[in-house]
Ligand binder design. Structure first.
Ligand code: GCB
Length: 604
């Protein structure tokens, strides 16, 4: 989260509030009025100065949400008479003329709010807005947020009225060279308020955040903290897990942080076969939050990945945050269910959530369904490695996803980046990012999707990367048979991977139009894709350290880079399932492979 005040100064981000759904809330989802503003007329005056930095913004500033007081007053916009967009939701799939739109759109929502207690505090929480947003309540700026896939919140206690509050959000999804991600990606740049907007009401001193997880390498010691927010910080907090008869008190320090540790021999650990979640209750004087939390250990030993001490093979698949069947960004519980059910049908025990943090619903569903998860910072391809603000941006997005999901047992891997070109600046960037991730969370594994290199020997494939020394699992993308020859090439490959660490293939794949049939050598047929999967699975099985894979990708997904008429028409066709929900032939090849792998690892 990066905040700029109206004066353009960097301010400390407001701390994220944990577990919104367990609070007293009022949803602001639904219809919001909107104004399309490609020239940012409502943001800049005619000298290109931002209205919200001016002492006297006048009638042109849309965030003031003005109405003419009489017939002669000049106001050249109106939210009251515009059409509406649904929130949450991307704008591209809601209005034909917005399909390719990249620019600014102003959203406005009116609401009434009556507090349940006059002393309480109220926050507005956004699940995600892509990419940059300026937020205003009742004509006052709350802040600016950068980053399209992470949550943020502002306190609005002092600005709130009982009736007719005007919440105005300027959303801008223009791609930027210095952004994270940058200009060039292979996915749709969905704009809008893409996740829930929620008002939450809390006591004057309340539980802002908490961590309740097993200590690294310990099967029976739960450690963590509770962070309080408010004037009365030095309180006693209580953590209870009734099913385990656990009740522990801890006293917060002057900064409001209470740390605790609980040893209990009866903990049933969360696993993919038995995704056990416990009801955890955290309370202080005037606040109580309950959550469902699983406890598990994850570590690597030599070339093995151990879940609760047992060697596992990660039977995975990559997923974009898109619901091809409905069209548009995925965000809801039912979207998460649909995507993860498809992964289950493929006999997956693991998903790679590419290429940015997905909605919290995905993680909560994966926790319930017993699916292990890779989460990824949107450090993709060629971002500006030497730009300090690009680094700060990537670091903040990583901080926010770790803050949000640190209590989810399903999350086992934090991924720093995808297919980034090796250079000194990139190496330093990723090294610092990984060190930061470890400083925030030492219990999970660090990885990144690296690349493969050729050598003078045309049969040899080398995985060698400065950053591989800093990861727990060496993951790499390879496209042998698609961008690199045809599937028969797989038979020739000799792997040269020197690392004594678990190795996984974070991507391989081939495009196929569902229902398009032909020869195994004909590109874009289901048969080509099926053959490529057969050949690739045989090829990667020769890697002795192989402990998992996540082929590219579960569903076909939209990408403006994919322009081939009839075959692509704006879709990346590497899905194992077509945009209509029909499984392609390769789906069943991978399913068979995963059934075998499951058997093979049963008694390890
Ligand atoms: C990749 C990228 C992924 C692309 C995919 C493709 O290596 O990581 O974002 O969509 O290849 O289809 O080319």
């Amino acid at each position: 989260m990066i905040f700029l005040s109206a004066a353009g100064l960097n301010l400390k981000a407001e701390n994220l509030i944990q577990n919104i759904s367990a609070r007293t809330t009022q949803s602001l989802n639904g219809k919001w009025n909107y104004i399309i503003d490609p020239y940012e007329t409502g943001y800049y005056d005619y000298r290109y100065n931002a209205f919200d930095k001016s002492q006297n913004p006048g009638n042109g500033a849309y965030y003031l949400d003005k109405k003419p007081k009489n017939a002669s007053e000049l106001i050249e916009y109106s939210f009251n008479t515009t059409s509406t967009l649904m929130v949450p939701g991307d704008w591209n799939s809601q209005d034909d003329k917005l399909l390719y739109y990249e620019g600014a759109i102003w959203y406005r929502r009116l609401f009434d709010y009556k507090k349940t207690d006059a002393n309480n505090r109220v926050f507005v929480h956004f699940g995600a807005i892509n990419y940059e947003s300026d937020i205003y309540l009742n004509g006052k700026k709350l802040g600016k947020h950068i980053g399209g896939f992470t949550p943020f919140n502002y306190e609005i206690t002092g600005l709130l009225k009982e009736t007719e509050n005007s919440l105005v959000v300027k959303v801008d999804n223009k791609r930027k060279r210095e952004g994270v991600p940058t200009l060039n990606t292979d996915w749709w740049n969905y704009g809008g308020i893409t996740r829930d907007v929620t008002l939450l009401e809390v006591a004057p001193s309340f539980i802002e955040d908490y961590l309740v997880q097993l200590k690294k390498n310990s099967p029976n010691e739960i450690t963590g903290f509770v962070q309080l927010n408010g004037n009365n910080k030095s309180q006693t907090v209580t953590v209870q897990i009734p099913e385990l008869k656990i009740k522990v008190n801890a006293t917060a320090d002057s900064a409001g942080k209470a740390v605790f540790s609980i040893v209990n021999k009866k903990i049933v650990r969360w696993s993919t076969e038995n995704p056990k979640l416990y009801q955890v209750e955290i309370s202080c004087d005037n606040d109580k939050v309950t959550d469902k939390i699983g406890f598990r250990n994850i570590e690597t030993r030599g070339t093995d990945i151990l879940l609760n001490g047992k060697s596992i093979f990660l039977r995975g698949i990559c997923i974009h945050e898109e619901n091809a069947l409905r069209g548009g960004r995925a965000y809801s519980e039912s979207d998460a269910e649909m995507l993860l059910n498809s992964a289950k049908e493929l006999n997956c025990n693991y998903v790679r959530l590419a290429h940015y943090p997905h909605s919290e619903n995905m993680l909560r569903k994966a926790d319930e369904m017993g699916i292990l998860v890779w989460e990824e910072d949107p450090v993709y391809w060629t971002i500006q490695w030497e730009n300090p603000s690009t680094f700060e941006n990537a670091k903040q997005q990583l901080t926010d996803v770790i803050t949000r999901d640190k209590n989810r047992a399903c999350v086992i891997i934090w991924s720093m980046a995808n297919e980034t070109p090796v250079s000194d600046a990139r190496n330093e960037f990723l090294r610092k990012l990984a060190a930061h991730a470890r400083s925030l969370d030492n219990t999970r594994l660090i990885s990144a999707a690296l690349e493969v290199h050729g050598s003078k020997n045309p049969r040899e494939k080398i995985v060698e990367d400065y950053f591989a020394d800093y990861v727990d699992i060496v993951n790499f993308n390879e496209y042998v048979g698609w961008y690199d020859g045809t599937p028969d090439k797989c038979d020739q490959i000799e792997w040269n991977i020197k690392y004594n660490k678990p190795v996984m293939i974070s991507e391989f794949g081939a495009g196929a139009l569902q229902g398009f049939h032909g020869d195994i050598n004909a590109r874009f047929t289901e048969e080509y894709q099926e053959y490529l999967y057969q050949k690739n699975l045989a090829m990667i099985s020769k890697i002795p350290q192989l402990r998992g894979l996540s082929p590219w990708i579960l569903y076909d997904f939209r990408s403006p880079k994919r322009v081939l008429p009839v075959i692509q028409d704006g879709w990346n066709r590497k899905g194992l399932i077509g945009e209509n929900g029909t499984k392609k032939k390769a789906f069943f090849v991978l399913l068979d492979f995963y059934k075998q792998k499951e058997k093979e690892y049963l008694n390890k």
